[in-house]
Design a protein around this ligand. Structure first.
Ligand SMILES: [Zn+2]
Length: 1019
């Protein structure tokens, strides 16, 4: 108790210490690096000398040093993040593909210094200074080092003799007014570095072409590059790009070495790229001030056809950003094409590296984005790890604007032709907005101010890039483009070559605009709160349109009223407000009025932004179109043995992205039964940012089909279920691989029983039987890079009456199902699956022999007592349809039938005397299944399986051991399976006369439900 209190006290003290913000300062770092590339061992070795100046008001007794090549080892933060994102390449890589930094021998001012690896991260070291570094003082840190270059898993790496030398040398962590910022290297998550200067010498075989941060100092090397430029221009003119180097073959390295030198000022990183195959192009742009910037591209034959134009993209992006944000301050900008395993491109000061692009437009997009990082990362050096929106988001905002300017709006290049999107009704729909809404409606979005390693993979894309980009567009439209540019340009001027924080951006924008922007920087960027305004009535009063607007969101963000005649003819922005208010805009003859007709705001619901439109019926599925209320329909086809073929219409409002209220309703006409059958599903999702449940779903599922046909007496029996339920998803960390659910449900089952004349057994009439079932269920689902598992615990109670047999019965049933699949091969395609099932009846007033709804070894149509699954022939006891099973209950695969009975249909659902494997007291089984380690011809998915267990035999009253094994044909991830039982205990195998009749199949139609599948995609 005391210790805890002490701890809390210390935390409180340290928080107050931090709360007292220090004045701004930044450290100064000057690097001298001299290295040699050994391209047969894939190593870089040499020496580094860092002159570190302490500009802080603090005395420093230690210095944190990043050793990021050490990340390419197992057990590191990088390795863990890869596994969390289910990327196993590095985990399974051979040892010689990993990387590290060695030969370290740190000295401070020439004297050996005590240093150690950080306890948690071996890609961070702590140097303990023998003599503390005083404010204003300078120390020189030096060490030899050797980088064993890893294969291309992330940013630093090599593919053959193509080298990407990034995050490669010992580098001090940032020390600023908030303290030290040591950070392990991550693939998803970037960096934070001190500004300074670099003087780098690289020795390597003389036929390498090198692109690097900084200005090349050697005359011979400049001539070498000029020759490459000349040669490249000749190749382009003759259209002679070769095919030879597309297969990773490299020209031999010359014995002769060269030493090239680069110098750079006002940068916080240094990267270089070396490849003997590079073509080189060169150009130059003149900025408004008259300053000239050399531009370069370096690329191989791979995509050379589109790279031949890339120099124009570099030129154009330098001019665009210089114009809109502030002038490019460096002497050159270079784009190199290279193998890269961390996204489509990566930025370094003055140089960007670009991976495979596919098209010229997409290459332009990536080059522009990466070149743009010279501003948002390079010049404005924010803490990218903790606030990725400050570089990625602001940069994406400008990049999107560039793309819209040169390629038109909707300039997202996602590889889907526009016509295909047309079919999906994507008119006026922005894909990034849709992705945000998709996440936010399920409350899966995460605040912008979330550190990179706590964002899920999809949210890293959304919270770091897309959402802040759209929010800055929102801010631009609200403030006006001119005013926004003025403020952003001043931000650039005030903060260039510095370390701005989110609070600095906010303070700057608020001071310059004179507006309270807490809706933007605090509420939207710090929480999961969403924005939604709804349009009410529109009244024209003379020359004024009076429009009632309600704020249905959580944030008082600004709102725009659009005056629309086909397209928007004018817009009026209003500051945010709570509740309902009337906004006035000039009335225009024949115009309509809408909230944000053009999608400049980022709302969670745009469907309430427009004056009422009639409901429109729409064929097939579509993306949500906010301007239209749409009811979707599609023809549906069904079949079961009693209704026969069924044809009907499915009506649904479910579109992409998911809505809070969703329904699907599918009435169908059965051509055999001559009656209507079908199903309906209604769901309402409630999300909550607080409390133990993140999502609560209220649902009602209804189903009615025929389940038996008596052709002799000419009647059908049918069933109908109504199943209301409430399902809670428990709160979890966003990046947690575990999801938990609790479901409470009630099932009313209404099935028909046929009555007979006791004298001659002729059919007289049908009567309804009511069953009422309550169920509570707990589910856990977990999925990692190595395995997938689930637990389902259910308690179910039922009370039922059986009029004919004149008894009343009630019972409580509990079941536990646990599954665990171990991926035993590198590609995750092969697994060993274990399932454990245990079930029993803690209470059953009919006793162990007499219960009507026993647990079973094999799940089939006749024993699907609760109508959980879909069967083509529920009551079939012979023929193909009778072979349909499900993998519930004991999970056995041998079909067990109702024993033939001379009692007419309806008197008894099952014959209590036999029915092997049924139990009213206890059953426990284990089901094993595995992929074969080798690949069969045509990749036939054959899996051996083994089922075994014990059950309480209801006749003998003894526990009976039972097993069965065989071969499964497992298709579509288990949705369709065919089972060939080969051996098993006699009592089980003798349930069927021969091998052929023991073969069974399962078709899991529940898992074919596309909408559910979409909703359950783990993001
Ligand atoms: Zn970026």
């Amino acid at each position: 108790m005391k210790r805890q209190l002490m701890l809390l006290f210390l935390v409180a003290i340290s928080l107050t210490v931090f709360a007292q913000e220090k004045p701004y300062f930044q450290q100064d770092v000057a690097y001298k690096i001299d290295v040699t590339l050994n391209d047969s061992k894939h190593e870089v070795y040499g020496d580094i000398e860092i002159t570190y100046k302490n500009n802080s008001p603090d005395v420093l007794d230690k210095i944190y040093m990043h050793l990021w090549p050490n990340a390419y080892q197992n057990g590191t933060a990088l390795a863990k993040q890869f596994l969390r994102n289910k990327e196993t390449d590095m985990y399974y890589a051979e040892a010689d593909k990993l990387g590290e930094i060695t030969n370290l021998d740190f000295k401070v001012d020439g004297t050996k210094v005590t240093w150690a690896y950080d306890e948690k991260h071996k890609d961070i070291a702590v140097l303990t200074l023998a003599k503390a570094l005083q404010p204003g003082g300078t120390v020189t840190i030096s060490t030899p080092f050797l980088v064993d270059i890893p294969a291309s898993f992330s940013r630093l790496g090599h593919v053959g003799e193509s080298y990407q030398m990034t995050q490669w040398y010992p580098k001090p962590a940032v020390y600023d007014r908030f303290g030290w910022h040591p950070m392990p290297y991550l693939n998803m998550g970037e960096f934070f570095s001190e500004f300074g200067s670099f003087d780098v010498k690289i020795t390597l075989p003389s036929n390498y072409v090198v692109g690097a941060t900084g200005v090349l100092q050697n005359k011979e090397e400049i001539e070498f590059l000029e020759k490459k430029v000349k040669w490249t221009n000749e190749v382009i003119e003759a259209e002679e790009f070769g095919e030879s180097t597309k297969n990773d073959s490299f020209p031999g390295s010359t014995d002769q070495l060269k030493t090239i030198q680069y110098k750079a000022e006002n940068v916080h990183d240094f990267a270089w790229f070396a490849d003997k195959r590079f073509y080189v192009q060169k150009s130059q742009v003149t900025l408004k001030s008259g300053a000239k910037v050399d531009t370069w591209t370096m690329y191989t034959d791979y995509e050379a056809d589109i790279w031949a134009k890339a120099i124009d993209y570099v030129d154009r992006s330098i001019l665009y950003y210089s114009d809109r944000v502030g002038e490019y301050p460096y002497p050159h900008a270079t784009a190199v094409q290279s193998a890269l395993s961390a996204g489509g491109g990566m930025e370094y000061p003055m140089i960007t590296v670009i991976g495979p692009s596919g098209t010229g437009k997409s290459l332009d997009n990536v080059i522009t984005h990466e070149v743009g990082h010279n501003w948002f990362y390079g010049i404005l050096g924010s803490n990218e790890r903790d606030y990725p929106w400050m570089d990625e988001g602001m940069n994406s905002y400008y990049e999107s604007d560039y793309m819209a300017k040169y390629y038109g709006k909707g300039g997202l290049d996602i590889g889907i032709p526009d016509q295909a999107l047309g079919i999906l009704d994507a008119k006026g729909l922005d894909l990034e907005q849709t992705a945000y809404v998709w996440q936010a409606r399920q409350m899966n979005q995460q605040p912008m101010n979330t550190t990179s390693d706590e964002l899920t993979m999809i949210n890293y894309q959304l919270s770091a890039y897309s959402i802040p980009s759209m929010m800055f567009k929102y801010l631009e439209m609200y403030l006006g483009t001119k005013e926004f540019d003025r403020i952003a340009q001043k931000y650039y001027d005030d903060w260039k070559f510095k370390h701005p924080y989110p609070a600095d951006v906010k303070a700057h924008f608020e001071k310059e605009s004179g507006k309270d922007l807490s809706w933007f920087f605090d509420e939207f960027f710090n929480t999961r709160k969403t924005i939604d305004y709804a349009l009410g009535s529109v009244n024209i009063d003379g020359n004024t349109a009076k429009i009632t607007v309600s704020n249905r969101g959580d944030i008082t963000a600004p709102v725009v009223i659009s005056v629309v005649k086909d397209t928007t003819i004018s817009t009026y922005w209003f500051d945010g407000f709570e509740g309902k208010t009337t906004l006035e805009v000039p009335a225009i003859e024949g115009a309509t009025y809408a909230i944000d007709n053009d999608g400049d705001m980022l709302e969670i619901n745009r469907r309430n932004n427009f004056q009422k439109t009639p409901v429109k019926a729409k064929f097939l599925v579509g993306l949500e179109n906010p301007k239209k209320k749409t009811l979707y329909f599609a023809p549906t086809l069904g079949y079961n043995a009693y209704d026969g073929f069924m044809l009907g219409l499915g009506f649904y409002n479910r579109v992409f992205p998911a809505k809070n209220f969703e329904f699907a309703f599918t009435p169908m006409y059965g051509f055999n039964s001559g009656t209507v059958a079908g199903l309906g599903d209604f769901k309402y999702h409630i999300n909550s940012e607080n409390g133990i449940f993140r999502t609560t779903t209220l649902g009602v599922n209804v189903r009615s089909f025929n389940e038996f046909e008596n052709t002799e007496s000419d009647y059908f029996r049918r069933y109908a279920i109504i199943n209301p339920s409430v399902r809670f998803e428990l709160r979890r960390q966003d990046i947690s691989p575990t999801k938990q659910f609790i479901t409470l449900g009630y099932k009313n089952i209404n099935d028909e029983i046929a009555n007979f004349n006791p004298a001659d057994f002729t059919f007289t009439n049908k009567e309804n039987r009511q069953r009422n079932i309550l169920e509570a269920k707990y589910e856990l689902k977990r999925s990692t890079a190595f395995n997938k598992s689930s637990i389902e615990l259910s308690v179910l109670g039922e009370s039922y009456e059986r009029a004919q047999a004149s008894f009343q019965s009630s019972y409580i049933r509990t079941t536990l199902e646990a599954t665990h699949s171990i991926f035993y091969a590198k590609n995750k395609r092969k697994s060993f699956d274990i399932r454990l099932f245990a079930g029993g009846f803690p209470f059953y007033n009919r006793g162990r022999a007499g219960g009507s709804f026993p647990l079973t070894l094999t799940s089939q149509g006749y024993n699907d007592w609760f109508y959980d699954d879909f069967y083509f022939g529920r009551s079939e006891n012979s023929g193909f349809l009778s072979k349909q099973i499900n993998l519930g209950n004991g999970g056995f695969k041998v079909p067990i039938y109702e024993s033939p009975t001379d009692v007419p249909d309806g008197l008894l659902v099952n014959d209590p005397d036999n029915d092997y494997g049924e139990t009213n007291s206890f059953v426990m089984t284990m089901n094993l299944k595995a992929d074969l380690p080798m690949n069969l011809p045509l990749n036939i998915p054959i899996k051996p399986y083994l089922d075994f267990g014990v059950f309480d035999h209801k006749i003998s009253g003894e526990l009976e051991f039972v097993y069965n094994g065989g071969i499964a044909l497992d298709l579509f991830d288990g949705i369709l399976g065919v089972y060939f039982p080969l051996f098993g205990t006699e009592a089980l195998m003798s349930q069927q006369p021969n091998f052929g009749s023991r073969i069974s199949f399962n078709l899991d139609l529940n898992r074919l439900n596309g909408f559910e599948a979409l909703r359950n995609i783990s993001m």
